[in-house]
Structure formats: C-alpha cells, structure tokens
Design a protein around this ligand. Structure first.
Ligand code: 1PR
Length: 535
C-alpha cells in the first residue's frame, strides 16, 4: 500500500471503533494506528473517532502528550476528521462530568441536551442536517438522514460561526459538523449512517476526486422513526447457530421432532436487512441466560462478520451478567459486554439481569453501582445500554387489585376484565417476577439505561399488531427512547404504533424473516403516511 492509501487512526482504547476500522477498510484504505504523539504529527490523514466520556478521553490525551500533538496537527491545517466525541473534544470545555477542559481549538462549551422540552435524551437515531456552508465531505448528505447517538452537544454562536458547517435540530439547534480548511469533524456517525455515511468518509479519504453527487428522493426534516430488524439467535439441536422465531416465545416446531425453528443464517440475514434499508439490526442470543456468552464464540463471530459490511447500528443481547465458569474463573458482566463491543456491537441489551437489578433498587432505594446495567453504562455511556423487557399481560378486574401500575385495556380480557398489568419475566419468559413493566422501565432509566426494547409475550409472533396499551404506558413513563416490539404483521401496524404512542422505533422479526412484508414496504408506507423515516 502506498502512503496515500493509508489513514492514521487515533484509537485510545475506550470503546468500539471497530466499525470505523471496517468502514475505512471497506473503502479500500489501510490503517496505521497512532502509538505515539509523533505518529499524529507524521500522519497524512488522521481520523479521530472519539468514544467514551469527555473527561476520560481528555485525561488520556493529556497524559500521553497526544493532546498537544493533535493541536499542533490541526493548527497546521492537516487533513483531520473527528467523529462524535472527536468533534466535542475540539471545543473549549464540556459539562459532561465537568466542567472539563477540551483541546480549546473551537470556542464554545459542550452541554447536555435539555430533556424537559419533550425530547428524549440520549438522542438516538437518524436526523436531518441543515448545511450552513460548503464542507465538501457532506456533499452527498443533502436531504438524507444521518445517524446520531449522544447526550451532549455543542451550540453554534457568533464566536464559532467560522467553523460551523452544519447544524441539526433536536430541541436545540446544535452543531452537527465543523470545517475549517482540511480540518473536519462531525457529531453524527458516518460509519453507522449506511451508504450516505460511507460517502462522507469516502470524500474525506479522496478529497480531490470528483465523485458525482447522489440524487435524493424525499427530504429529511427531523429525527426519523426507526425500523429495526431483530434476529433471535440460538444453537439448534445440531449445534448450528440459527435465526429462529417463536410464537409467544415458543421457538420449537410442533412436530414429532420438536426441532428449533430455523429461519436462516444470522450474518446473511443481517446483511440482507441492511441492504433492504433496516435502520438498525438487533441480535438476541435467546438462550444466553443459560449458556455463558463468552463460551458462545459463534455469537462473537457473527458480530465480527456482520460489522464488516453492515454500516448501521448493531445491538446484541442475551446472557449479559456476572458469571463463574466451570473452572471457577469469574467474568464480570462488564467483561462480557466489552467483548461484545470489541466484536462490533454498538449497544448491548440486558434482559433478566436488569429485572433483578430493578427489583433490588426498588426494594432498597439504593443504587449500588454494582449491577451490570450501572457498570456498563458508566463505562460505555447510557446510549450503549438497552434494557429488553419481556412482559406478559395479566388481566384484573380492578386497577387496585395489584400493587403494580395497571392500565385500562382496549380489548377486554377473557372474563370481561377491563384492566391489566404487565408482569416482567426472566429467562426468556420462563419465569414471572414480582415487578411490572412500568416499575421496571422507570427503575432502569434511573439506573442508567439509555433505551428500552419493549417486547410483549402475548403479542410475539402473532402478527396482530403491537400492544398499544403497553407501549403507550411505557413510552409516556420514561424520557429515554422506547422501541416497540412484538406483533407486527402488516405495514399499518407500524404507522399505528407511531401515531398512537411515543415509541421512537419499531422492531419486527417474523414478517421480515418469512418475507411477508419487506422492510422497504414498511418505509414506503410510513413515508406516504407522512411519518418521518429514512428512505
Ligand atoms: O435475559 O439478558 O439473557 O436476554 C435474553 C434476551 O432474549 C431478551 O432480550 C429476550 O427478549 C430474548 N428472548 C429470550 N427468549 C426469547 C424467545 O423468543 N423464546 N426472544 C427471546 C424475544 C422477542 C423479540 C421478537 C419480537 C418481535 N424476543 O426478539 O423478535 O417479539 O417478533 P415478531 O415481530 O415476530 O412478533 P437475557
């Protein structure tokens, strides 16, 4: 490789930059990792994908002498691309666990989004840019959505207007990208923004080639509702990892052999859904509660292979908890999660273990900081931690019959009951717990969850639509994003859930696997209905 086709990457080891690496390689470039400050000064082209928390990142940069080298490199107008925290660190300071000083190259303070005006924090999802000056690398973005995931943002002002190249609206009008000469930085994730994102990286890597602009259909205006494809994964009886799908969580065929239903191969299906326009892919290792996930190397391999050419966010769940193996070796849930992140996951999802953590928290009122949820969100940020809830509907005649939050149901119960509460379960729906979905959702938000994946055992695989009563209850109760799941059977179910509830995303499995309703049709339907989606 000639030095022209090598890009220098500043990875200080705080999180998953695997997807940035994969995207660079996908575009035909080699990678040289920064080991010393001199590597920064000698770079031809430098990419800085900031991950983790602002203070921790500045600490590393200061201690290693990289902060000084970065400032010198940027002051010399050398080709630079900062991503996410890699944009924020260019500013004077941040309020994240602070105030903490940044590199001080751009005037302004990075502050937290205000959730009091009804916007959910973190901002997770595909949003639109207002391009304020020519930035070259954004030439293909135009009217398309790009993927953001963050709780902090920098604001445009008179002092930094010479830098700002685009803004984005999410309650506030915040800085989405900056550019001065050869120095670029973006708040969104080009490596997770599909084809449009890859073109941002391509234009940075090949600045002088005249790549024609891509035509755009539709116009991105605001945060889009996400459509997520979910792959429930487990080993079948032969030991092969397959995508399966249950009816109310029962994944076995009702035949004499009683085999695990096999709907395809995880890596292939994920790729296909990415190409068809899925905004995100989730893998749920549905037997992770009993099999230790790090013993389950195939799942890590699935993530590694998928992230090589799927450039939208990947979530993985199943079995994230502390574990002691047969040899007495103890693994913390944080180690398990770290292994998932290193293998290409952007978010991890916790089911059973979050239920136990919430039960303890509600009992004692004390945040111990020791639960998986708390530990992982402290290290990787709230936006990286999803809590998956698996509730089952329990009908009651009167809301005061239980100590948990009940709702008046749209469809009466089998004995004419007018109310129901939603009982949380663990171990793939096998065991009911003394906590409701409402109580759980509020508790895990307190404990640091950044998003909720809301399933419903009654609706799973039924194709009769989402449980609106449940989704409304939960999406109104918390201020983090809620993903509606279970029961999608037709495109109208998606428009329904977005009209009638405050869900930020809708997830489906069966209809995609059985090719009954392609993702593209869901998107087209939502678009026609005037619901903002990424086309
Ligand atoms: O408890 O941390 O080990 O996590 C286990 C994870 O596996 C949880 O997220 C739990 O939801 C999931 N899980 C466990 N057992 C099953 C099962 O089906 N037997 N799958 C299971 C749950 C529901 C969704 C499904 C939607 C949409 N999955 O994944 O994809 O209901 O389906 P549909 O569109 O076909 O209706 P832990």
């Amino acid at each position: 490789t000639s030095s022209d086709s090598v890009v220098t990457l500043l990875d200080y080891g705080a999180g998953n930059v695997r997807s940035v690496r994969n995207a660079i390689r996908h575009l035909g470039f080699g990678i040289k990792d920064v080991q010393t400050p001199e590597d920064i000064l000698n770079a031809n082209r430098l990419i800085f994908p900031g991950v983790g928390a602002f203070a921790a990142a500045m600490d590393v940069l200061n201690k290693t002498g990289m902060a000084e080298a970065l400032c010198a490199y940027i002051e010399k107008d050398r080709p630079f691309l900062g991503i996410c925290l890699g944009l924020q660190l260019l500013f004077q300071s941040s309020e994240e666990n602070g105030p903490v000083n940044g590199l001080g190259l751009i005037p302004g303070v990075v502050g937290r989004f205000d959730s009091s005006n009804g916007f959910r924090v973190p901002q997770i999802g595909w949003n639109a840019l207002q391009i304020t000056k020519d930035s070259e690398i954004l030439d293909d973005v135009g009217d398309h959505h790009v993927y953001f995931v963050h709780s902090y943002r920098a604001m445009p002002s008179d002092d930094n207007k010479e830098w700002v190249s685009s803004t984005c609206n999410y309650g506030d009008n915040f800085i989405a990208s900056v550019r001065r000469g050869n120095v670029h930085a973006v708040q969104f994730h080009p490596e997770k923004s599909g084809d449009v994102g890859l073109s941002v990286l391509r234009r940075f890597l090949h600045p002088k080639t005249n790549i024609p602009k891509k035509p755009t259909e539709g116009k991105a205006l605001k945060l889009a509702k996400r459509v997520i494809a979910c792959l429930d994964v487990r080993a079948n009886d032969k030991g092969d990892l397959v995508v399966t799908k249950g009816d109310q969580y029962d994944v076995r065929e009702h035949t004499k052999e009683n085999e695990v239903r096999n709907l395809g191969k995880p890596v292939e299906l994920a790729r296909q859904y990415y190409k068809e326009g899925a905004d995100e892919i989730s893998f749920l290792n549905i037997t992770g509660f009993r099999d230790f996930p790090l013993g389950d190397l195939p799942m890590l391999q699935v993530l590694r292979l998928t992230s090589e050419n799927v450039f939208v966010p990947l979530t993985v769940g199943g079995g994230i908890r502390d574990f002691t193996d047969a040899n007495g070796r103890h693994y913390s849930s944080l180690e398990v999660a770290s292994e998932y992140f290193r293998s290409g996951a952007d978010k991890i999802s916790i089911g059973s273990d979050a239920v136990y953590a919430a039960e303890d928290y509600l009992k004692t009122g004390v945040k111990t900081g020791k639960s998986s949820l708390e530990q992982i969100s402290r290290v990787y940020g709230n936006q990286a931690v999803v809590v998956s809830i698996d509730p089952r509907r329990v009908y009651i005649t009167h809301p005061n019959d239980v100590e948990f939050k009940a709702v008046r149901v749209t469809d009466l119960g089998p004995n004419g009951e007018e109310y129901a509460w939603y009982q949380c379960t663990v171990n793939g729906g096998r065991e009911g717990r003394p906590i409701g979905a409402y109580e759980l959702a509020k508790a895990v938000e307190d404990l640091g969850a950044g998003e909720i994946l809301l399933n419903c055992i009654d609706c799973d695989g039924q194709g009769k639509g989402f449980d609106m009563d449940l989704i409304k209850l939960i999406s109104d109760a918390v201020s983090i994003p809620v993903i509606a799941s279970s029961g999608a059977g037709a495109v109208e179910h998606f428009s329904d859930v977005f009209r009638k509830t405050n869900a930020s995303a809708a997830l489906a499995a069966g209809i995609f696997h059985r090719k009954e309703v392609p993702i593209q049709s869901v998107k087209e339907h939502l678009y026609k209905e005037g619901i903002e989606v990424r086309i």
